[in-house]
Each structure stands twice: as structure tokens, then as C-alpha cells.
Design a protein around this ligand. Structure first.
Ligand SMILES: [Zn+2]
Length: 287
């Protein structure tokens, strides 16, 4: 799933391409993806793009006095198109194409979603706060308001909840998902199962790891034409998606814990005192 660093890269890239351009139309190919009906997608036609920004993992295209919000979900991406779109092929809504923004010269971008489980979401609204997922977002880690004190307060309030879930809870902190929560905890040398309420010294370590991890990922994506890539590209990951491979820090084997619809990765030596965590799915099967 594209997370804060990848969405930030898309915002920078698309903002430069789109600002001041006139929208010809938004073609919605997957009707299930469009979550709003008033104003209609046709209201974007003839309007000028004012800018592109981000709320957590949501992209926000300000078009005229309206906003087109895109949540890329698990397997969505947004790809720049230099010329007019080819005529649609196949059955609408069955392929990866969810929607297509067409500018007055035919260029624009395609919103696609891989796989069969479709959860990508589009919204045409007057105010981004009309989107429930945006309205309930917690503070954004890149904003100056996200101080160590604010972070400490979030962790203290979460109490015994496991830190892994707290980091990726969008209403507590905006923009961090499964991949970067794994990376942040690895950088902080903390177990994903550690309770969120921790000592001030631990909060400090985790706060630094969070900032370094996200800002490092953004720096690596800088200058990359994100919308020209075929799919999201995460580079420099230490543990996430690297089960069975050596930890780049200590050489131990990266392990995972699997859940019904996701998994987390960690390094036992770096994060859990060398002790493997119980893999819930596996231990349930072995019972
Ligand atoms: Zn390690």
C-alpha cells in the first residue's frame, strides 16, 4: 500500500504537472470506486487545477472550487499519461483501470488498482473534511505540530495497545501503514507487540526512528517521477517484506507474524531480544 512517503512523492510530481491545467473530464470506469454522487464527477469539467496536496494517505486534487480525493488503498496507483487515452477495452470495471483524469490536451493520469479485491476510493467533494476517512485523521508526522510531546500523549493514551497497531491507526497518526510501522519499529529496536505506553526515553527513541524512517524514505523518492512508475516503489526497506532474508543491521533472519489478511516482519536480534514472536496463524494451525 502506498503510504505517506509514496503519496508525498506523487503529490510533488503531480502538483508540478497539473497546477494551472484545465480539466476536460474525469472518466469513472469503476463505478464502485466513486463514493460520492453530489457534486457529480462532471462538475470537474472545465475547471482549473489549483494544486495537489495530501491528507494522510489521501491525495487531494483541488480543481476549481471542488476537491477530487483519491485513496489508493492496498494495490492502487496513479500513472501519468502524456497523450489522449486509448479507447476503453474489455468490460468496464473488470480491469485495473478505476478512473481517468483527462486534461484539455488529452494528457492526464490513470487511477488503477491491481488484484481482484477492490478497495480504492474516489470522492468528489466541496470540502476534504466531508470524507469521513479524512475528517478522523490524527496529526500528520511531517507537520510541525507533531512534536515529541504530542507523540508521547498519543502513546500514553493508547496504554496497553500494541505499538504496531497504534502506529498504523490513522485516527491516531496519519499516513503510516503496515510497511513503515515495521520499519520504524526495527529502527527503534522495539518489538511490534510492545505496549504503547512507554518510558520518556523510549518515546524519544521511537519518535526519532519515526521521523528518520519517514524522512529518509521521502528523500529516497525525491526527484523520482513517481507518476511514471508502474506501481508504488518502496526502496531501502530493512525488514518489511523481507521474511527469510538477513537483517541489514545484524545479519539475523527476518521473521514474520501472519494475520488473516496481512503480516508483519521484524528482526528478533534487533527487536525482541533474539526471541521469535508467536506466529498466530501458525500456532493456531499447530494446536
Ligand atoms: Zn537485526
Amino acid at each position: 500500500m502506498p503510504e505517506l512517503p509514496e503519496v508525498t512523492a506523487l503529490v510533488a510530481d503531480l502538483g508540478a504537472r497539473l497546477a494551472g491545467r484545465v480539466v476536460d473530464r474525469l472518466d469513472v470506469v469503476s463505478f464502485a470506486a466513486l463514493k460520492t454522487f453530489d457534486p457529480p464527477a462532471s462538475a470537474l469539467s472545465g475547471q482549473t487545477v489549483q494544486g495537489v496536496s495530501r491528507h494522510g494517505k489521501f491525495l487531494d486534487f483541488e480543481i476549481g472550487s471542488l476537491h477530487l480525493l483519491v485513496h489508493l488503498a492496498r494495490a492502487g496507483w496513479l500513472r501519468w499519461r502524456d497523450g489522449p487515452p486509448p479507447p476503453p477495452s474489455g468490460r468496464p470495471g473488470k480491469g485495473p483501470l478505476a478512473a481517468r483524469l483527462v486534461l484539455d490536451d488529452g494528457s492526464g493520469f490513470d487511477v488503477t488498482e491491481a488484484g481482484t479485491k477492490k478497495s480504492l476510493a474516489l470522492y468528489v467533494v466541496r470540502d476534504p473534511a466531508e470524507v469521513p476517512g479524512v475528517a478522523r485523521l490524527g496529526p500528520d508526522p511531517l507537520e510541525p505540530e507533531f512534536t515529541e510531546e504530542v507523540f508521547a500523549g498519543i502513546l500514553a493514551a493508547a496504554g496497553r495497545a500494541q505499538i504496531k497497531g497504534v502506529l498504523r491507526n490513522q485516527s491516531l497518526i496519519a499516513g503510516i501503514g503496515n510497511a513503515y510501522s515495521d520499519e520504524i519499529l526495527h529502527a527503534a529496536h522495539m518489538s511490534p507487540f510492545k505496549p504503547a505506553a512507554m518510558t520518556p526515553a523510549e518515546v524519544s527513541v521511537l519518535y526519532t526512528a519515526l521521523n528518520d524512517t519517514l524522512r529518509g524514505a521521502i528523500a529516497r523518492a525525491d526527484g523520482l517521477a513517481a507518476s511514471e512508475l508502474k506501481a508504488e516503489k518502496k526502496s531501502g526497506l530493512q525488514v518489511h517484506g523481507r521474511t527469510g532474508q538477513p537483517c541489514p543491521v545484524c545479519g539475523d533472519t527476518v521473521r514474520q507474524v501472519t494475520y488473516a489478511d496481512s503480516s508483519l516482519q521484524y528482526c528478533p536480534t534487533c527487536q525482541t531480544g533474539g526471541k521469535p514472536l508467536a506466529d498466530r496463524v501458525l500456532s493456531r494451525l499447530l494446536k
